[in-house]
Design a protein around this ligand. Structure first.
Ligand SMILES: Nc1ncnc2c1ncn2[C@@H]1O[C@H](COP(=O)(O)OP(=O)(O)OP(=O)(O)O)[C@@H](O)[C@H]1O
Ligand SMILES: [Mg+2]
Length: 602
């Protein structure tokens, strides 16, 4: 029992600290977002203070009008004080309204600026994060950050925060005005604050839990939707529709139930506040009536006290409403700031080495690597590739071939040891030079919206149309492109411009060709091509690979024949290394693979 107790306390200590850290992180982000518009924030604050003060002056002026102005009219037929007071009343009302208009506009400008800034930051930051982040953080979560989280913040900024602030200001000023006008009428109000405090605390504690639950369920809905739609082919192929519908319906039910709880909570809090408000008002009225009857209080002051008391509770209901969006937004802010806190694991050094004319010599020395601490993928890799060499890498599934390629492209850094290009550690190399020197083409040949020519031209900034065409001819893509409805101008996302997997692959070859890298990595990049187009590509490849270093990862042994050297990998180690002829003639794994392959062709 004691042990659990101690652990429980430790944990709550830990979560308290963690909560504090999260809040600080969120506030720091908010501060940095507000920094560029801080001057506007300051004068907007001044304006709202003036507007609220003018608004609060109303009942006091009414009291003055009734008690002083009216008395003067009745007793002395002197209209002047009453006229002055009415003029002042109108003036404060106009001031308050016009200041309020300026305040609304100005706070909208602030919220727009903050949101656009945040959107840009989230986009740029997510894009800059390393592969390790993107391979671990599901796309649904990334999308939720950029969409629903920012949307929640928008709701808060667009209405919530200015109303929240104005509400608090209004309550403070109203209470202050009441105390200044007639301290004894303020007593019921001060007493009412006690139940208000407990009610609000109960509400805030309970709602925090329930809002979090509601948000978790809503995020789950998004993730499930994104996953189903991105995997729609697998969904159809395995007829998962019905099962997905059921699990989606369950998630919807959970979400509905969570929302129902939240609504029920408001259903208690809101009337609770109203009841407290009504009792307080009644107390002020009864106490005041006695004092008026005794001549201890003027009627005007009683009217003002009643108005103030009512006004005091008005924003409170509003505050409860905005508490909702405030809670949502603060958790959204926590998540967004958490993502902005993620640092790229692969970074450019402060003083990078520039490599204007790379030769293409690659060296792995004592490279150890794992995606996480628990499993080592490459235990100790030593590999030296001469400039201009064409290397074929074969091996069983999961042997570490793609991992080797990702290390060359510096999507990851080794845990220990070094990967270097022309003797320079990749970690020292300038990013721009690295990306120009080393290009990796994978099986997933992603096409961006735009024309065929745009997609090929992506490989080289400011490529001319002629260069694009030459690249397409070199890799054997020109013929099929000419058969598309609008040739090179065909939109790849429009009907008719939709390409097959093999065609997409040819385009990504052309993209790599035009980029003209010193080191080219093809990871299973020929897998979707039929034999004739693979032959075509191979002819193109041979000219393409002539004067550059190439690493070709392939399951098809036909691709291997154009290599100068073949590596056979297993469990993260190179178990065979030699020319294709040497390995075929040997007795190793490659020889047996090759025999099996040749037999299958026969
Ligand atoms: N992003 C990742 N996070 C964690 N582990 C990974 C990740 N990518 C790959 N692995 C693990 O690393 C090992 C090597 O994977 P790798 O992709 O390099 O294999 P491969 O040789 O390319 O296989 P294949 O022929 O199937 O493409 C596998 O055991 C795999 O489970
Ligand atoms: Mg692979």
């Amino acid at each position: 029992m004691t042990i659990t107790g101690v652990r429980g306390e430790e944990r709550s200590d830990f979560t308290k600290q963690e909560g504090k850290r999260l809040r600080q992180r969120s506030l720091a982000l908010l501060g940095s977002l507000l920094h560029p518009v801080r001057v506007r924030v300051y004068w907007t604050l001044v304006i709202v203070v003036i507007s609220t003060a003018a608004q609060v002056a109303g009942p006091t002026l009414l009291a003055l009008g009734i008690d002083q102005g009216l008395t003067q009219v009745v007793t002395n037929h002197n209209w002047l004080p009453a006229q002055l007071i009415v003029a002042a009343y109108v003036l404060t009302a106009i001031t308050s309204a016009s200041m309020m208009a300026i305040y609304m506009r100005s706070s909208a400008v602030i919220s727009q600026s903050v949101l656009l800034d945040l959107r840009e930051r989230v986009f740029a930051h997510t894009q800059n994060l390393s592969m390790s982040f993107h391979e671990n953080y599901t796309s649904g979560r990334v999308i939720a950050r950029q969409t629903s989280d920012i949307e929640t913040l928008r709701e808060l900024l667009d209405g919530g925060i200015s109303n929240l602030f104005r509400g608090i200001l209004l309550m403070t000023f109203t209470a202050a005005a009441l105390i200044a006008l007639d301290p004894s009428s303020a007593i019921p109000l001060l007493v009412a604050l006690i139940p208000c405090y407990f009610l609000t605390r109960w509400f805030s504690d309970t709602s925090k839990k329930q809002f979090r639950e509601a948000r978790t369920f809503s995020a789950r809905l998004i993730v499930q939707f994104v996953e189903t739609m991105t995997g729609i082919r697998a969904v159809k192929a395995f007829r998962r529709e019905e099962r997905n519908e059921k699990s989606y319906a369950l998630a919807v039910d959970d979400y509905r139930e969570a929302n129902r709880k939240v609504i029920r909570l408001f259903g208690t809090y809101d009337p609770g506040l109203k009841v407290i408000g009504v009792f307080t008002l009644a107390a002020v009225l009864i106490l005041g009536s006695f004092r008026v009857a005794n001549g201890a209080m003027d009627v005007g002051v009683l009217l003002a006290a009643v108005l103030y008391t009512r006004r005091f509770f008005e924003p409170m209901e509003e505050l409860a409403m905005f508490y909702n969006s405030f809670q949502n937004a603060s958790s959204a802010l926590e998540k967004v700031s958490g993502m902005l806190e993620e640092q790229p694991s692969v970074t450019e050094p402060a003083n990078p080495v520039h490599l204007a004319h790379p030769q293409g010599k690659l060296d792995f020395s004592h490279v150890r690597f794992g995606y996480n601490d628990s499993a080592v993928v490459l235990p100790d890799l030593d590999l030296h590739i001469l400039a201009g060499q064409t290397i074929a890498v074969v091996g069983t599934t999961g042997a570490g071939k793609s991992t080797l390629a990702k290390l060359v492209a510096r999507f990851y850094d080794p845990t220990s040891g070094t990967v270097s290009l022309d003797g320079i550690d990749l970690r020292e190399l300038a990013n721009a030079d690295l990306r120009r020197a080393i290009v990796m083409v994978t099986q997933e040949s992603y096409l961006f919206s735009g024309s065929v020519a745009d997609n090929i031209g992506l490989g080289k900034p400011n490529a001319t149309f002629d260069e694009v065409k030459q690249a397409a001819i070199a890799v054997g893509a020109h013929d099929f492109i000419m058969r598309l409805p609008e040739g090179y101008d065909t939109d790849v996302n429009k009907r008719g411009g939709r390409l097959s997997a093999g065609q997409r692959q040819l385009l990504s070859f052309a993209r790599a060709f035009i980029a003209d890298p010193t080191v080219l990595i093809l990871d299973e990049a020929t897998a979707s091509l039929d034999i004739p187009s693979e032959r075509l590509v191979q002819q193109g490849l041979q000219t393409l690979l002539a004067d550059r270093t190439a690493i070709i990862i392939a399951h098809r042994l036909s691709t291997v024949s154009i290599a100068d050297r073949v590596l056979v990998m297993e469990h993260g180690e190179i178990i065979e290394d030699g020319t294709p002829e040497e390995l075929i003639e040997g007795t190793g794994k490659f020889a047996s693979l090759h025999t099996a392959w040749r037999d299958s062709l026969a």
